[in-house]
Design a binder for this molecule. Structure first.
Ligand SMILES: [Fe+2]
Length: 293
């Protein structure tokens, strides 16, 4: 089982990277793509179809970039999500839970996508918000403010709740093998900061390019953490922040492997897939190192 996110194929170098993944090495492997491939439906199809041709299973959740309404004919971001669901059905890319492995196979796992959006601090205390001195509270430099549009109906509440509801019902008893969940957004605030161990493994995070931007306003929500725990996840993959790290918290291995933007993020993000499960998994992120439930 491999994982990557934030492949941002609007950058030609990143599309080249996708197309350079071996067409033979992963025929029996699964791949998690944890969102932010592109807002462009044509490029999204090209990237997902390329990966689907290389892997036995590709599981995907849209990120915030996918839900930008920009240069397409979608009325709002929920309609865009539905267009993406239809595309994934056509490509046989999984946006719903899938069991990966043969019946009775000891190595089988469930790959469980968790659809997600962030809770902004003004929306409730289930936001991952943390104050940052000198921040711009209007998020004037955050592109979602310009390109994401929610339905105007009075029944449409918080976007985060809309997506969390899609993941239900979610119970460990529904799964007959270990569970790997994944989301684009972050499920916990502490994942926004690297630990000393992570800095030693992967180098220091890049310098803060936008001191007035407070990422925690748009990072994720606590509801995701409750869901992945209820699903009985052993591993949770997430993206969005473009900070690559892995750590165990209370029996769950949290992994983020973002490809990110060329030049800005990639000095700390080697251009490769991380193996997060199975024989030969990357040293240090093998789930055998995690307390098994
Ligand atoms: Fe994102």
């Amino acid at each position: 089982m491999f994982a990557v996110s934030d492949i941002h194929v609007d950058y030609p170098q990143n599309m080249t990277w996708v197309e350079s993944v071996s067409p033979v090495a992963h025929r029996e492997d699964a791949l998690i793509v944890a969102g932010d491939v592109t807002h462009d439906l044509g490029r999204l199809e090209r990237a997902l179809a390329t990966l689907r041709a290389r892997f036995a299973l590709v599981s995907f959740v849209p990120g915030n970039h996918e839900l930008w309404v920009r240069g397409d004919d979608c009325a709002h971001s929920v309609e865009k999500f539905e267009r993406i669901e239809a595309l994934c059905r056509r490509l046989d890319v999984a946006m719903r839970p899938r069991r990966f492995g043969r019946p009775g196979d000891d190595a089988a796992v469930w790959v469980v996508p968790l659809q997600s959006w962030y809770v902004e601090p003004e929306e409730g205390d289930d936001s991952l918000f943390e104050p940052k001195p000198g921040e711009d509270p209007t998020l004037g430099m955050w592109s979602d403010k310009f390109f994401v549009r929610w339905p105007g109906e009075p029944g449409f509440g918080r976007p985060a709740d809309h997506f969390l509801a899609m993941n239900e019902p979610l119970h460990r008893a529904a799964f007959d093998a270990p569970v790997i969940t994944f989301s684009h957004m972050l499920p916990r605030g502490d994942l926004m900061r690297s630990t000393a161990e992570e800095r030693a493994r992967l180098g220091p995070p890049p310098p803060d390019a936008y001191p007035e931007f407070n990422f925690s306003r748009v990072a994720g929500c606590h509801g995701l953490e409750a869901q992945l725990r209820r699903a009985g996840a052993t591993v949770h993959v997430y993206g969005h922040q473009h900070r690559n790290r892995w750590r165990e918290v209370d029996g769950v291995l949290y992994v983020s492997n973002c490809l990110g933007y060329p030049g800005r993020d990639q000095h700390a993000n080697p251009r490769r897939l991380w193996q997060i499960w199975g024989d030969g998994a990357d040293e240090g992120i093998h789930p055998a190192s995690v307390t098994r439930r």
